[in-house]
Design a protein around this ligand. Structure first.
Ligand SMILES: NC(=O)c1ccc[n+]([C@@H]2O[C@H](COP(=O)([O-])OP(=O)(O)OC[C@H]3O[C@@H](n4cnc5c(N)ncnc54)[C@H](O)[C@@H]3O)[C@@H](O)[C@H]2O)c1
Length: 342
């Protein structure tokens, strides 16, 4: 393990939606960390981010950022297709890496990232921030206490309100919604079952993004995935994009003698009651509000692990196993069959 300094200088790669959440955390909310630079090929985005974050240093070429010896840690929040190259270059330059989910596009890329991190001596943490969310953590401790008996089924859904980024439509290149939306659910299933996927059967269809049906016939905006685990437990995932009504992330853990429900639908604890509409409550609109504290805990844990030379809470292996399940799900959708991961 690399020798660590007292303050970890962080560079954010990708000043987009996810990158800016991490950046805001590192710019003053995390003891032992300093936001040092951002890197984004879009110069305007990089400049705007610097202004917003109160820093001066930015790069438009990630290679130059990686060469900067003042940077101790890279937070990789560029589009998924760039995760491998930025992470590998960072690790080989001796930097610690926090890489957003999905870890990469295939298992080979993930393995390359793991090997580079081992070679460089820094840590590699993957951005499954639900593992840092207070509700998920509480559910995990209840599940482990035995209060609901033996776990039988873990069921998890994520549905997002917005239309996909253009690059996501080509499922062969992006791995599609199973990767971009449901990686979190896949990780949740692995985490709660404590086991690996054995078989996967998935179906997907495009119901709402009809404008791209001709150009991208393989694209789906609704997906379900049924799975069995090596320890005999069952798993079920439901994913959707462009749902319009809000951001929906819910998990159920069914045991032999009880049930745990995780997930919050209301954004505010306010109900409006009228004769015309009955009772109305505002639905959560974005993962940004729902998981803001989880992101902060995730980033804090990353820095603490670096400073204490510890082991990452979410490893490259966790990222690689999730990518494996994503690809098996997409194969199952394409070939309309059960895929064995054994
Ligand atoms: N943990 C989560 O819940 C979560 C949420 C959103 C996104 N993500 C992940 O974060 C990543 C980024 O997604 P987003 O929604 O923030 O995307 P985005 O499109 O909002 O932002 C991506 C940014 O990266 C920049 N970029 C492109 N190539 C780059 C490169 N080579 N080096 C550095 N920057 C580069 C783009 O110019 C853009 O500013 C994706 O992998 C996505 O799956 C995770």
């Amino acid at each position: 393990m690399k020798k660590n300094k007292e303050i970890v200088n962080v560079c954010i790669f990708g000043a987009g939606r996810a990158g800016m959440i991490h950046a805001a955390n590192f710019a003053g909310r995390i003891p032992g960390a300093r936001l040092y630079a951002v890197s984004d090929p879009d110069e305007e985005a990089a400049r705007k981010a610097c202004k917003e974050l109160g820093i001066e240093k930015y790069y438009t070429d990630y290679g130059k950022a990686v060469e900067d010896g003042n940077i101790d840690a890279s937070v990789v929040a560029a589009p998924t297709a760039f995760h491998r190259e930025i992470s590998v270059a960072s690790s080989l330059a001796g930097k610690h890496v926090l890489c957003e989910k999905p870890m990469a596009l295939n298992e080979e890329e993930c393995q390359e990232m793991i090997s580079a991190s081992e070679k460089g001596g820094g840590i590699l943490q993957i951005g499954f921030m639900r593992r840092f969310d207070k509700s998920f953590l509480h559910a995990k401790s209840v599940a482990e206490s035995g209060e609901i008996g033996d776990i039988v089924l873990v069921k998890s859904l994520t549905r997002g309100p917005s239309t996909p980024r253009e690059w996501m439509y080509d499922v062969d290149k992006s791995n599609g919604p199973l990767a971009e939306v449901n990686s979190h659910d896949i990780d949740t299933l692995r985490w709660f079952t404590g086991s690996e996927f054995d078989t996967i059967y998935a179906t997907g269809s495009n119901y709402r993004c009809r404008q791209v049906k001709d150009r991208f016939p393989g694209f789906y905006d609704n997906v379900i995935m049924a799975a069995t685990f090596k320890n005999g437990m069952q798993g079920l995932i439901d994913g959707a994009l462009s749902v319009g009504y809000g951001y929906d992330a819910r998990t159920e853990i069914l045991g032999t003698s009880g049930l745990i429900l995780v997930g919050q639908k209301e954004h505010l604890s306010v109900e409006t009651v009228t004769l015309k509409d009955g009772v109305k409550t505002p639905f959560v609109q974005s993962w940004r509000n729902l998981f803001s504290e989880a992101y902060l805990s995730e980033d804090t844990c990353f820095i603490k692990t670096i400073l204490e030379s510890g082991k990452p809470a979410v490893t490259g292996f966790d990222g690689k196993m999730a990518v494996r399940a994503v690809r098996a799900g997409n194969l199952s959708i394409r070939e309309k069959r059960v895929v064995s991961l054994t």
